[in-house]
Write a protein that binds this ligand. Structure first.
Ligand code: SF4
Ligand code: SF4
Length: 304
């Protein structure tokens, strides 16, 4: 495994975490996109101003680590200003394909100590030409030179095994660490990550940030019955503000934008046999198993 810049459990230093799909719009169209069904397909919901977004978070009276993902977050109107407002009282993590020229303004405007991590997605099909690769590297250098924590991420799509190690080595030679995600989805009728060969799994293990990817590939990210902070200290949020316990148990429990969201007081058990909230799931689950009655109660509550 690679030298760790971030670790699943580093997330735990932030008591309140929310994973926000700020937009479903994207300027790329990757075959392996985890939001393939929704990205670029829906009409964007109402856009809020940076000040409005900051005030929605202030109403919660919590300090958040806001993990902003998409789509491509930089496509959200006034995204740098949104980050400027949010970073006054909260911490950020940004998942981005680094295609926007706004990256430079972001780097010059946001205090690096308010950013937990920038997860820079290196998409081979959009970066295989020399100029495109250089543009990605230039933006990484710009952010790194300003002390942002940054790690490049690549997806182990079945057609990319000939290029993955080269791409990782190129980035490494430029002082940029990378991590490899397993692909989740269908390719030629096979369901990934379960269809990876032992060789492919070894490669994933070599460049994964911890053992989460291997656990997903071997179907062992299963916390069924364990108490989890999801719903109390960790949440998922869709672009329209709907909030769920997590992206796996995503049933709406409130909406940030209409002030109907409240954190729950008591820990509740996980009722899913597979946690797709990789990194955030393992950081939220506790080692304590719930009684059968409490699992039944949570299922009843969830299915209401
Ligand atoms: S850049 Fe990210 S959000 Fe956009 S299509 Fe590719 S994987 Fe999906
Ligand atoms: S373990 Fe994962 S799926 Fe289960 S409640 Fe926690 S975050 Fe959600």
């Amino acid at each position: 495994m690679i030298k760790k810049h971030i670790h699943t459990f580093d997330l735990m230093q932030y008591p309140y975490r929310i994973n926000w799909e700020i937009t479903q719009q994207c300027n790329f169209s990757c075959a392996y996109c985890s939001n393939y069904e929704t990205v670029n397909k829906a009409t964007p919901p109402k856009v809020y101003t940076p000040a409005e977004i900051a005030s929605f978070f202030e109403h919660t009276e919590k300090q958040w680590l806001i993990l902003i993902t998409g789509g491509e977050p930089f496509l959200y109107p006034d995204f740098v200003e949104v980050c400027t407002e949010l970073s006054k009282h909260h911490f950020l993590q940004i998942n981005t394909n680094l295609s926007s020229s706004e990256t430079f303004r972001f780097a010059d405007s946001i205090p690096p100590d308010k950013v937990f991590n920038i997860s820079a997605s290196f998409h081979h099909y959009y970066r295989k030409e020399e100029n495109d690769k250089k543009e990605f590297i230039k933006k990484c250098h710009y952010l790194l030179a300003r002390d942002f924590q940054l790690i490049a991420n690549l997806v182990a799509y079945p057609t990319l095994f000939d290029t993955i190690e080269n791409d990782i080595a190129t980035l490494k030679s430029e002082g940029i660490d990378s991590m490899l995600f397993g692909y989740r989805g269908l390719y030629q009728g096979k369901q990934y990550p379960y269809a990876y060969s032992p060789y492919e799994l070894e490669l994933i293990k070599k460049y994964a940030i911890d053992d989460t990817e291997i656990k997903i590939a071997t179907n062992s990210l299963n916390y069924y019955g364990y108490y989890c902070e999801a719903g109390r200290h960790y949440f998922s949020m869709k672009e329209n503000g709907d909030i769920g316990r997590c992206f796996t148990l995503s049933k709406k429990i409130g909406n940030l934008f209409d002030d109907s969201f409240k954190t729950i007081e008591k820990l509740r058990p996980c009722i899913s046999h597979q946690c797709t909230d990789c990194y955030n799931g393992p950081a939220s689950v506790t080692g304590k198993k719930a009684a059968t009655f409490n699992i039944w109660l949570e299922k009843k509550r969830y299915n209401k």
